[in-house]
Design a protein around this ligand. Structure first.
Ligand SMILES: C[S@@+](CC[C@H](N)C(=O)[O-])C[C@H]1O[C@@H](n2cnc3c(N)ncnc32)[C@H](O)[C@@H]1O
Length: 422
């Protein structure tokens, strides 16, 4: 059945069973190449939306039933339908009718009547149930309790605003390839194409409405890339100069590596552990007409791939929980476990220590994550500096804490710039 609601329910089931949303979406597009764009868009909206508000929807569903639902397909169909009833403009009776129709196609003869009863009951008691949901933090903020507690601990003043931003729609922002065109000129091309956009600090262009990249003027010619404004800070923080040897140690898919090459005539090595993801770096470099050396290797174990010559600049955009970009990947909130943070922290410490040995005296290393948790950010860098007398943390004047919080302009990122003594 190619009904968006049923397709989104199936995807939700796969994610709740432990799979990544992007992967299950790509699988669906491959299996159903003929899906009309309207249906694809609707499936995407519904699956992202149901995951964005999963714990709120789940709370409401629990309140509407007397016994646990043992059929996962029925449960997911109800969660997606509740999402539509609360957050979409589709008329309620149409949502219920389609859900009942989808339930008829399931291998459970009781499903249609059950789905009909639960959804109609919701429509009757909606206001009271929503008020009840607001009294329980995971249902109020649509995050796991441990995540809320962590943010409250790390950001006593900002945690609620962060949770709210995490549940908003992310902006679509472009990085202009200044080797080819200036941001003002590309803004004019966007206007000619009737795409509304505005320039953010640093020349990033934020579109009023997201579009597919094939609608962007001369995207295939490499004039622009899609990249969050927060991610666009890395290249300028690196303080690049022509002729420098630069290592991007966790480079795939190559957004920041490409920006480095667009910014200065440096000799760039782009390393990544994941060979398949490294192919995307090659594709991005080819589209943007940039040249760098690509190596598949482990940043934590440089010996097999390092040529022994120190680097002037190193970007360590280390693997992390991605807690700063959950509005782009709402599945992360439900797939992560609290214990993952300590594991990420161990990897981050190991990679940082290994890369430090490759940095030239007087060189600079930029440590970066797209996380908000101190355990992966400030704690790592503070401990590192305390145990490495040759490391000095430089002040980033426009971002003294190093931490960018998610906002209308950018995602959540962390940057720390370290200099090695001569
Ligand atoms: C946050 S992403 C990097 C994003 C990239 N810098 C960009 O701007 O497009 C982290 C990357 O680190 C890679 N990675 C994870 N562990 C690694 C390791 N030990 N050595 C090298 N790369 C690693 C992952 O495959 C992933 O591509």
């Amino acid at each position: 059945m190619l009904e968006p609601q049923a397709l989104a329910a199936a995807l939700l089931g796969e994610v709740l069973a432990g799979r990544n949303l992007n992967e299950v979406l790509s699988d669906l597009w491959r299996r159903e190449p003929g899906l009309p764009p309207r249906v694809r868009g609707a499936v995407q909206d519904l699956s992202f939306g149901a995951l964005r508000f999963f714990s709120r929807l789940d709370f409401l569903l629990q309140a509407l039933i007397t016994r646990p639902i043992t059929h996962e397909g029925v449960r997911c169909l109800l969660l997606v339908s509740l999402y539509q009833l609360i957050y979409s403009k589709t008329r309620p009776y149409a949502v219920v009718d389609r859900a009942v129709e989808s339930a008829r196609g399931m291998d459970a003869p009781w499903a249609a009547g059950f789905v009909n009863g639960v959804l109609r009951n919701f429509l009757r008691t909606k206001e009271e149930l929503l008020a009840r949901a607001d009294g329980f933090e995971p249902a109020r903020y649509s995050h796991p309790q441990w995540w809320i507690d962590r943010l409250r601990q790390d950001y006593p003043d900002a945690w609620e605003a962060i949770l709210e931003a995490n549940n908003s729609h992310p902006p679509m922002t472009l990085r202009v390839n200044r080797r080819q065109i200036e941001p003002e000129q590309y803004l004019a091309l966007l206007q000619e194409a009737e795409l509304e956009a505005e320039m953010l600090e640093g020349g990033a262009l934020r579109l009023k409405k997201p579009v597919s990249v094939d609608k962007l003027p001369r995207f295939a010619d490499g004039l622009v890339s899609v990249q969050d404004q927060g991610a666009q800070r890395a290249a300028s923080l690196l303080d690049l100069a022509p002729g420098q040897r630069v290592l991007d140690a966790c480079a795939a898919p190559g957004g920041k590596a490409a920006h480095i090459l667009e910014t200065a005539d440096v000799m760039l090595t782009a390393l990544d552990k994941d060979e398949a993801r490294l192919k995307r770096v090659a594709e991005n470099f080819a589209r943007l007409n940039l040249k760098g050396r690509l190596i598949a290797g482990d940043a934590a174990e440089p010996q097999p791939w390092w040529d022994g010559k120190p680097y002037d600049r190193i970007l360590a955009d280390v693997p992390c929980s991605a807690s700063g970009v959950v509005r782009r990947h709402p599945d992360i909130k439900w797939l992560r476990r609290p214990s993952d943070l300590a594991q990420f922290a161990t990897t981050q410490r190991t990679i940082l220590a290994a890369l430090w040995r490759l940095l030239a005296p007087g060189g600079k290393l930029l440590y970066a994550t797209c996380s908000l948790f101190h355990e992966e950010n400030d704690d790592i860098v503070t401990d590192f500096v305390a145990s490495h007398p040759d490391a000095k943390r430089l002040l980033i004047s426009e971002l003294p804490s190093g931490q960018l919080l998610p906002s209308a302009e950018h995602d959540g990122f962390f940057y720390a710039l370290l200099e090695k003594s001569i």
